[in-house]
Design a protein. Sequence first.
Length: 321
Amino acid sequence: MPIVPDVPDAGRDADDRNRDAAARVGGPLFRDEKPQEPMSTPLPSPPPPKKRAGRDLRAAIGVGLGLGAVVAGSLFVVKAAFVGVVVVAVVVGLWELTSRLKERKGINAPLVPLAVGGAAMVVAGYVRDAEGAWVAMALTALAVLVWRMTEPPDGYLKDVTAGVFAVFYVPFLATFVSMMLTADDGSWRVLTFLLLTVVADTGAYAVGWRFGTHKLAPRISPGKTREGLLGAIGFAMVAGALCMEFLIDDGRWWQGLLLGLAVAASATLGDLGESMIKRDLGIKDMGTLLPGHGGIMDRLDSLLPTAPVVWLLLVLFVGSG
């Protein structure tokens, strides 16, 4: 019997031999078969995106400077002109508020008596001080009740309730600005009020955007943080000390610290209050009139509740004259 040499591939067909050879050299099994691609190394995950501001900063700064010029020009040239600026802001704010209530909730708060009465309240606060403001507010609320009687009774209660709320929320709180203006240094008092509110808002925004990690009221305003609140307090207290020392007659720096603290608290609560209203309405902004800011009410949200606080503290610290 012939001896057959021990050949490793003996007894295996050509396909098996071809497959083994391909495995050794990493080539294809057949000419028309593509080689297997090596496993790719997973790419590193991209770095987290940088924080971005939620506003159009260029538009916001431009609009802010424009509003500041209008306020300064009217405040230090003719006091009555500034009262007119407040009246315009109140009327536009009432229009935005009543429009959103009608669109989102079907509430028809009567705008005409609100606008006329609101303007009268601001003027009365400037001409007749607190007494005139209270009388004008009562008459405006009564006008809302009567005006709504000209329409069908369905929804009367919710409409007049919203109307009376609007009377208090917008024009009545704004009358404290016109009452501040009646003092001898009234222009500087109003400027202090505006500066402290803006500084508190800016401090909260800047510090919260850069360092904010702990939510302040996530169910109401997810963007607000405790760090931002601390920024508002710190910025407002420093600005308050400077304003009371250099702008207000007979003011003292320590009074400014207390004033700044109170402004930071009231401005934050006012912002949260309107955020609650907007969340209930299911909207982000009250309007689109001011690019980068939203509507007039989105700028008045912290100013309105702060006005009576500043008015009261200034009366206690340096008197009403």
